[in-house]
Write a protein that binds this ligand. Structure first.
Ligand code: NDP
Length: 324
């Protein structure tokens, strides 16, 4: 049996409950995995709330680290005892053990512990594709990153600094501002109390930025548009405050021939080769010491609802994990 968080209706964190479920049989190409740490991501709240519809009843969670307990037929590259991690595959990472297709798994290097792995796969590979493949960046550029003290935000600030890109980060509190500065963000704006567009123009000598990375969504959409330089790129990659409303393409013309993209990780790690390349780039940055990643908040698996409440109430910084 597996202890798993499940939900049979969408709604607030209270729809989540811990249940004992049959583990099922291991099939060809599959692995029986014992989780040691599980990543909590904002996307989990969209699936739970119904913003991203999913067939119900459903498990939850897309990311974890663990130890291989057994391998199915045809899985020759893994053996019991191997340490692995993943981001993606069917929902259901919020559990102590599961059967999962081996193609989602990545072997963990010795220098990366399970807790760090559980909070870096999804957020770290997201940063990899956003800064290395989604938008053309060069050293010396200055970009705007919203929610810079969050899970994805903290990794992004460090990665961009390592690339020689200057980050203007937005945050929702003074405590988060201090954290973002400490991680290497030379310009931090509290978007609850300051005029972000005015500050960005001031910092960039009136130019605006060539790229805005916006995962806050509804509340920052207009602000992000106002911060872009002509021919700049609006990378809209999340909806923490709600989905971005529909807008007319002519809006992009009138602001200076802007580009708009709404990317998701799955499309940037769609092939096994892309998945491995993204993970290796991330592991390398961590092993080199350019990026430090560790969970800021730990919860027992049974308290997944509390983790969601904290995340949605903007009480967290960095990454959250569940411990089975
Ligand atoms: P975070 O740790 O960044 O948490 C979200 C943060 O958003 C909060 O801490 C808060 O920071 C800020 N925020 C602003 N307004 C709100 C609001 N109304 N409600 C809640 N939070 C708000 O989460 P993650 O690191 O897990 O994810 C960050 C974003 O990246 C999410 O939007 C997620 O969906 C997206 N994402 C997208 C991916 C993709 O491929 N497209 C992949 C992975 C993540 P503050 O208090 O400083 O404002």
């Amino acid at each position: 049996m597996s202890q798993a968080i499940v939900f049979s209706q969408t709604g607030g964190p209270d729809v989540l409950s811990l249940q004992s479920l049959p583990l099922g049989k291991i099939g060809p190409g599959q692995v029986h995995l014992r989780h040691t740490a599980i990543g909590v991501n904002f996307i989990d709240t969209y699936q739970r709330s119904g913003l991203y519809p999913t067939p119900l009843p459903s498990g939850l969670g897309s990311e974890a680290a663990g130890v291989v307990a057994a391998v199915g037929e045809g899985v020759s590259w893994l053996k019991p005892g191997d340490r692995v991690a993943y981001a993606g595959g069917p929902l259901g990472a919020y559990c102590d053990e599961r059967i999962i297709d081996a193609r989602h798994l990545l072997r963990l290097p010795d220098g990366i512990d399970d807790e760090a792995a559980a909070c870096m796969m999804l957020q770290g590979m997201t940063v990899e594709y956003l800064v290395q493949r989604c938008s053309p960046l060069r050293p010396g550029m200055t970009v705007l990153w919203h929610a810079a003290a969050g899970g994805v935000g903290q990794i992004a600030v460090q990665w961009l600094r390592a690339m020689g890109v200057t980050v203007i980060g937005t945050v929702g509190s003074e405590e988060k501002a201090a954290l973002a500065r400490e991680l290497g963000c030379p310009h931090v704006i509290n978007y609850r109390s300051e005029d972000v567009a005015a500050r960005v123009r001031e910092i960039t000598g009136g130019q605006g930025v060539p790229v805005v990375y916006d995962s806050v969504g509804k509340d920052t959409f207009e602000i992000s548009l106002a911060c872009l330089a002509p021919r700049g790129i609006f990378v809209s990659f999340g909806n923490a405050s709600g989905a971005v409303p529909a807008f007319a393409p002519l809006e992009l013309t009138s602001r200076g021939s802007l580009f708009f993209t709404r990317p998701k990780l799955g499309d940037y790690i769609a092939s096994r080769a892309e998945l491995e390349a993204s993970a290796q780039a991330l592991f390398q940055r961590v092993l080199d010491g350019a990026i430090r990643i560790a969970p800021s908040h730990r919860y027992p698996l049974a308290e997944a609802a509390r983790a969601h409440r904290d995340l949605e109430a903007r009480r967290t910084t960095g990454s959250l994990i569940l411990l089975p």
